[in-house]
Design a protein around this ligand. Structure first.
Ligand code: FES
Length: 217
């Protein structure tokens, strides 16, 4: 037979509430509303210390990764590339290819007045091998003859853009002459080509050649 449960007297409910409130006030797991200012301050200190420590740890890890990955003294394309000594480059000699730096280096001779020659320039010039048309690697071809008396041109194998020894465009669909790279020379004539410092090619390419007292003439 079911028995009816009598609801607690209002007086008894008040007693439970008083008991729970008393526990919270004595430092139990109460809400922030029930903590003293000292307890709140300690909680905030612990929380802020945690986040500060986590931030320092993450920043340290990221800094270490960036430091590890940051390129220094890059020796390939995009950085400085050693290219020998000026004494290695005879005036009017064929261009030398440096595959690691993706450039051609030559000592232009103003006496090489043929159409595919120096364009009247004297000195070292570094040309980026990438064709300004669609990016094919441009070879120096000693057997290409653009006119009967002039062998030796830069001739792109993709669409036949053709450039003289100073990289000046003479034929083909390329929008401009071959791009040039900055050359640094020290007192002893050691050559460094800055493959990350590239200038758009132009008809003034010959004037970008640089000289050095030890450069063969
Ligand atoms: S990529 Fe060189 S001519 Fe087109």
């Amino acid at each position: 037979m079911a028995t009816a449960t009598r609801p607690p007297e209002p007086r008894a409910l008040d007693g439970w509430r008083d008991t729970l409130r008393g526990r919270a006030d004595r430092g139990g797991h109460g809400t922030s509303e029930s903590l003293t200012p000292e307890q709140l301050s300690r909680r905030r200190f612990i929380v802020s210390s945690f986040w500060t420590g986590l931030g320092v740890t993450v920043a340290g890890a990221l800094g270490g990764a960036v430091d590890y990955l940051y390129p220094r003294n890059v020796a390939g394309f995009g950085g400085p590339v050693p290219a020998g000594n000026v004494a290695d480059f005879p005036a009017g000699g064929d261009p030398t290819q440096f595959r690691v730096g993706q450039f051609w280096l030559m000592n232009l001779d103003p006496a090489e007045t043929r159409p595919g020659g120096s364009g009247g320039a004297a000195g070292l010039l570094a040309l980026w091998r990438k064709c300004p048309h669609l990016g094919c690697a441009v070879p120096w071809n000693t057997t290409v003859t653009v006119d009967r008396d002039s062998e030796g041109w830069f001739r792109c194998p993709c669409h036949a853009s053709t450039y003289n020894k100073a990289g000046v465009l003479v034929a083909g669909p390329a929008p401009r002459s071959m791009d040039t790279m900055q050359i640094d020379l020290d007192d002893a004539g050691e050559i460094t080509v800055q493959t990350g410092m590239i200038s758009n090619g132009g008809t003034d390419n010959p004037s970008r050649a640089i000289t050095h007292p030890l450069l063969p003439t």
